[in-house]
Design a protein around this ligand. Structure first.
Ligand SMILES: C[S@@+](CC[C@H](N)C(=O)[O-])C[C@H]1O[C@@H](n2cnc3c(N)ncnc32)[C@H](O)[C@@H]1O
Length: 344
């Protein structure tokens, strides 16, 4: 109405039924279609057999992926051969560091079903995933009781962070700092990207004891065990290490306001004068109008945690200033993500 164009149903239908496309891609990732296809070209029949699918899947499933832009096809009809696109070859074949499928695998196994309970979460304000917070434990402590869920969550985080980690390492000037600690660093994806790009930095990555073995394994796999220290650290109860830079990536948004303020204050107290707190999030635009992904990520925090929420740059600026930080700046990363940096 505000644009002066006549009303149209198309955007409504496109978004309302976007789960058709989303779930088709998630099934393909869950079946490891792109990984198994690798550099080969296969007919629909060969793909069907390789993935253990019914006759009904061929050719609709593969042609739907083609029409969505996630497969290429040479020829038409039963003899046609499907290939990965440059994007799926680069980012959806497992075993490559650029693999972003971890977050899609977690969507296939967990989040897609949990989002089906969004209406309930909106009504109750409580998480609607497999986590029911009991006995004073946090959602994470509950989640980490199950090894398969832990692995799925850790790989999901790796998939969502890997390209922002590389962007932060590239775009931010770490040359004036010597020591850095990533708080809630999961499997060490950020520490690895920073260690590679900034060899002078002495880096520690921390998380809960159920998660740090995953960081040790990943860091050893890329030959950086001598450059990155992995440390168990409960960020709600333990002091942060005294370092020049503290990073908090996709951590603050998991928590309610008192916990957010506690984490910002803990970082302030650990930093020297001139030190920096680097926060990575899908920051919501200050007017809360444009960054739909940031706003949807906040609803995801409702689904997963309940009282966690995403926030704007203006929100963070105020919290950081109240904690004593002098100055705050934003560095855009990939897509809707940013780093927001507070200087002591
Ligand atoms: C949303 S994930 C973000 C992981 C990673 N920084 C990233 O950007 O992908 C939040 C992380 O906080 C960690 N975490 C939650 N509660 C914690 C606590 N009390 N102490 C330390 N880490 C905690 C989780 O284990 C998880 O790795």
């Amino acid at each position: 109405m505000t644009t002066g164009n006549p009303p149209s149903p198309f955007r409504i239908l496109e978004i309302g039924l976007a789960y058709f496309a989303s779930k088709t891609l998630l099934s393909a990732v869950g079946l490891e279609l792109f990984t198994k296809l690798g550099e080969d070209a296969k007919t629909g029949k060969e793909l069907q057999q390789m993935l253990g699918l019914s006759d009904r899947a061929n050719p609709d499933f593969f042609d739907a992926l083609l029409a969505l832009g996630f497969l290429e096809r040479e020829g038409d009809g039963p003899g046609a051969r499907y290939r990965n696109t440059p994007d799926t070859a680069a980012f959806l074949t497992k075993g490559q560091e650029a693999y972003v499928g971890g977050i899609l695998e977690m969507s296939e196994t967990r989040l897609y079903d949990h989002w089906g309970n969004l209406t309930e979460a909106l009504q109750t304000g409580k998480p609607v995933n497999e986590v029911r917070i009991t006995g004073g434990e946090t959602a994470f402590q509950e989640l980490y009781k199950d090894e398969a869920l832990t692995e799925s969550f850790v790989e999901g985080m790796a998939g969502s962070l890997v390209h922002n980690a590389a962007a932060l390492a590239e775009k931010y000037d770490f040359s004036r700092y010597n020591t850095l600690c990533d708080i809630g660093g999961s499997s060490g994806v950020l520490a690895i990207a920073l260690a590679r790009r900034h060899p002078h930095l002495k880096i520690t990555t921390t998380d809960l004891p159920q998660v740090t073995p995953h960081a040790k394994r990943k860091i050893a796999n890329v030959g950086l065990s001598d450059r990155i220290t992995v440390q168990d650290l409960n960020f709600l109860t333990d002091e942060f290490p005294k370092v020049d830079v503290i990073t908090l990536s996709q951590v603050l948004h998991d928590w309610d306001l008192p916990h957010k303020l506690h984490l910002i204050k803990a970082a302030y107290e650990a930093l020297p004068s001139g030190g920096a707190l680097v926060v990575v999030e899908t920051l919501i635009d200050d007017a809360r109008r444009k960054n739909a992904f940031g706003l949807l990520t906040s609803l995801n925090a409702l689904i997963e945690i309940g009282d966690g929420f995403d926030y704007t740059g203006a929100d963070f600026r105020k919290w950081a200033k109240d904690a004593g930080f002098r100055r705050v700046e934003v560095v855009p990363l990939t897509g809707p993500s940013s780093a927001i940096i507070a200087y002591k």
